[in-house]
Design a protein around this ligand. Structure first.
Ligand SMILES: Nc1ncnc2c1ncn2[C@@H]1O[C@H](COP(=O)(O)OP(=O)(O)OP(=O)(O)O)[C@@H](O)[C@H]1O
Ligand SMILES: [Mg+2]
Length: 317
């Protein structure tokens, strides 16, 4: 067994080690290892084609892995026990459009061996949880994109899994449904594996984030720790009349705590440890020199900067 799996702590809900998957010439997943604690929300953040869906398909036992080990709730990945512990919410909708949400959930519930009153209660509870209790009788085809996504999530939650795996659940979803989905996921209290290419979602929702690119997990940690380690420094952008740029540059270079001053697209960009702390000094210098600042913007690094610094690429297409 792979080390990462063997060493998985007793309170890990999921442990995977050395996952590898090749499609012909393409190595889609190249040695991915991580673990998710009980009740922890873990984000797999990466751009299109990074290997997110292939990774979770292997974790859920839907795609055979070429190499690597998976353990879910102490059971070997692919076993019936491991599959039962997981609620999988696929990237593409997995619902019958001509059936209502309740009918869809009845179908999925029976596959999990639920029936009668217990199944009815579960369906009601789950629809309530995803905010669709009043629309259960409507056909899926009549739902908005966001409602379809929420119904898709209900299908993954119906059997009360210990680990919910969501594959980009908010793509193409209106802001209201997006917030509803994020809120529901945030309040579940079970372990969650959440794949996304939206860094704001990963930052907001996930206890820990694994950044995946080209099939490899290239960094892992909490959002603040990833940003502190790889995000770089604050940037302060100053705009003024072109004729004042040289004078402002000279003055800013003399300020304390400045790492770099450069002209970017006709504005001045200062690199510093803490942008907000610099502002009073910048404003005072401009006033003293008689320079009118027409724009001031402070930007702290985010996960986008982390991705850029690790890969040299933008996270978004
Ligand atoms: N069934 C398949 N046959 C051949 N290649 C595949 C298959 N599934 C995935 N791939 C390739 O493997 C790589 C990883 O794909 P994957 O779907 O895992 O990425 P992803 O991170 O989920 O991307 P997205 O954000 O677009 O959903 C891509 O280059 C993709 O083209
Ligand atoms: Mg995908």
């Amino acid at each position: 067994m792979h080390d990462a799996v063997a060493c998985g702590s007793a309170d890990a809900m999921l442990v995977c080690g050395g996952l590898r998957k090749r499609f012909g010439e393409r190595l889609a997943v190249d040695g991915v290892s991580f673990s998710i604690g009980v009740g922890e929300c873990y984000g797999l953040l990466g751009p299109n084609g990074a290997g997110k869906t292939t990774t979770i398909s292997m974790l859920c036992g839907l795609t055979e892995r070429d190499e690597g080990e998976v353990s879910i709730d102490g059971h070997t990945g692919g076993s019936l026990e491991a599959k039962t512990a997981v609620g999988y919410v696929p990237q593409d909708l997995a619902l019958y459009p001509d059936l209502s949400a309740t009918e869809n959930l009845t179908f999925f519930g029976r596959l999990y061996g639920l029936s009668g009153r217990e199944l009815e209660d579960r369906i009601h509870e789950t629809l309530e949880l995803v905010g669709l209790a009043d629309r259960g009788k409507d056909r899926i085809a009549t739902y908005s994109g966001g409602m379809k996504r929420r119904a898709n999530m209900a299908a993954g939650l119906l059997h009360r899994p210990k680990l919910l795996v969501l594959d980009e659940p908010t793509v193409g979803v209106d802001p209201q449904s997006r917030n509803a989905i994020l809120e529901t996921v945030g309040n579940l209290g079970i372990a969650v594996l959440y794949t996304t290419h939206y860094m704001e979602e990963a930052s907001k929702l996930c206890d820990r984030i694994g950044i995946i690119d080209d099939g490899k997990l290239i960094a892992e940690g909490t959002a603040p720790s990833l940003i502190a380690e790889h995000g770089g420094l604050d940037k302060v952008q100053l705009s003024c009349a072109v004729s004042d740029l040289d004078a402002l540059t000279t003055s800013c270079r003399a300020l304390e705590g400045i790492h770099d001053v450069r002209e970017v697209d006709g504005s001045l960009e200062l690199t510093t440890d803490h942008g907000p702390a610099l502002l009073p000094a910048v404003v005072a210098i401009a006033a003293r020199r008689g320079i009118e600042l027409t724009g001031v913007e402070v930007r702290s690094p985010n996960l986008e900067d982390v991705f850029l610094s690790l890969t040299g690429k933008e996270l978004r297409d």
